[in-house]
Design a protein around this ligand. Sequence first.
Ligand code: ADP
Ligand code: MG
Length: 575
Amino acid sequence: MNLFKRFFSYYKPHMGLFMLDTVVAIISSVLSVLFPLLTNYLLNGPLKEGNVRMMAIIFIVMFAVYVFQAVSTYIRIRWGHFLGVRIENEMRQDLFDHLQDLSFSYFDKTKTGSIMSRITNDLFQIAEIAHHGPEDFIISTLTIFVSYIFMFSISVPLALISFIPLPLMLFYGIFFGHKLKVRNREVRKTIADVNVDAENSIQGIREVKSFAQEEFQKKKFSKSNTKLKTSREGMYVEMANYQTGIGFMRELYYLVTVVGGSVLIYFGLSDVSTLITFTLFVSVVLSPVDRLINFTEQLQQGIASFERFVEVMDTEPSIKDFEGAEDIEVGKGEVSFSNVSFSYDSGEGNVLDHLDFTIKGGENVALVGESGAGKTTIVNLLSRFYEPTEGRILIDGVDIKNVTQSSLHKAIGFVQQNVFLFDASIRENLRYGKGSASDEELWEALEMANLGDFVRSLPDGLDTEVGERGTRLSGGQRQRLSIARVFLKNPPIIVFDEATSSLDTESEASIQDAFSRVAKGRTAIVIAHRLSTIVGCDRIFVLDKGRIAEEGTHESLLNKNGIYRRLYARTADSI
Ligand code: ADP
Ligand code: MG
């Protein structure tokens, strides 16, 4: 679909508002030329003849025109903007919905900041053009056009003379207006840079001082500060160019008309009433000229923003449910990887290389290996966050490719390496596990996760806000909260990507304890760093170079004198 068609498809549900806005814009631009016309008529007719009745009628009509203009301004400001806001809202929802459907691989490659600016800034630009675009374009072209029709019908030579500055003014305004906008954007960007610099340096003030780097920081800041000065000065140069030039041309427009009219009057080719009428027309035409200049700039920005919007909307999720895919019914919970290979970027080497293993239903398996060996990758594939380049992953003999992603995700409980908590209350965070959970169930889950005492000790209990990313909780508390969430979710398969960050021994024991409770009777894959976790598991897989290199119990692997023994020896109590 072409860009414009696609853009206007968003108007469809709001045709009523769009028509209202457009019709009002048309009527109001036609009416705006009435004032000079009526004045012209007044000067040549009723005023000359002393027809008081007619004069009164004209004044009333003029008044009525202004009343209508006021009403139309109200309608345009209110409902015109409603139109823009509604279109913007729908686009934003579409964008957000689409982002929710996109796969991990998209977010690996896209910066959060760039997504955020699309959701806010770009859509705002689009809304502006969605509402003001058609309206500005109609009002300005129509007003200028209709004005000149009447001006030509009143006096061809004067209309020709007064037309001369118009294209000049438009060209100048569009050209320098654009330069000014570009400079403005540059200034905004440099301000952002200065903020980042200052923030970084202030947040890191301890590091700065302890490394005695004050002078370096000052120099670095002075660089971006100077850049801001230069770019602001550049902006004011363009502002001076633009505003002086446009202001001068506006006056010139009057001057040319007055001079032209006077010369024509001098030679007896025109009269005073024509000149007065024309100067009134000049003031009618001036504001649409501004609009038109503004419109071209807005249009450019709107198109660029809409293109960025479309780019995201056209990105297909790399992983999709098959047509007619059914929900997975997990029974025993047997997990098997059959000849699975995978790489994050085609072209790069394989992270997993013809991997083969089976975990029996209800078995607890530990996965160990060097950092970067691909442990997290394995569990990402099991959840189908990424798709293997080769091979199959089966749960209870069913290829996970053939089932719906949502049912698969419901069947697997994750305790992530970096627990993410939403900036909300404990209650709300827990309910991600089970939306309908009653407080009783929540407490039960907290109890099972060894977090009951802690939450009870908080003045706000379940309503305690955890802060951004859960910063108000300690690492161990976050993990136990995440385990409680899995209790509530109650999935047949669980994955525990153990945190590498050192926890104190008490919370380690407490997490271990909570975890064994949640793992009991379920298929569990534990990416283990600590001996306590490994020893509790039925089997241990040692991952090396994308394959299972060794497999067995803790004792048998130690006896083997291979990779596991080396890993174990190196880290003493944690792997
Ligand atoms: P582990 O969990 O065993 O420490 P990972 O499975 O996280 O290791 O990573 C395996 C390899 O894949 C590493 O070399 C890592 O750099 C790479 N990798 C992990 N995640 C991504 C990603 N999202 N995009 C590209 N490469 C990745
Ligand atoms: Mg990992």
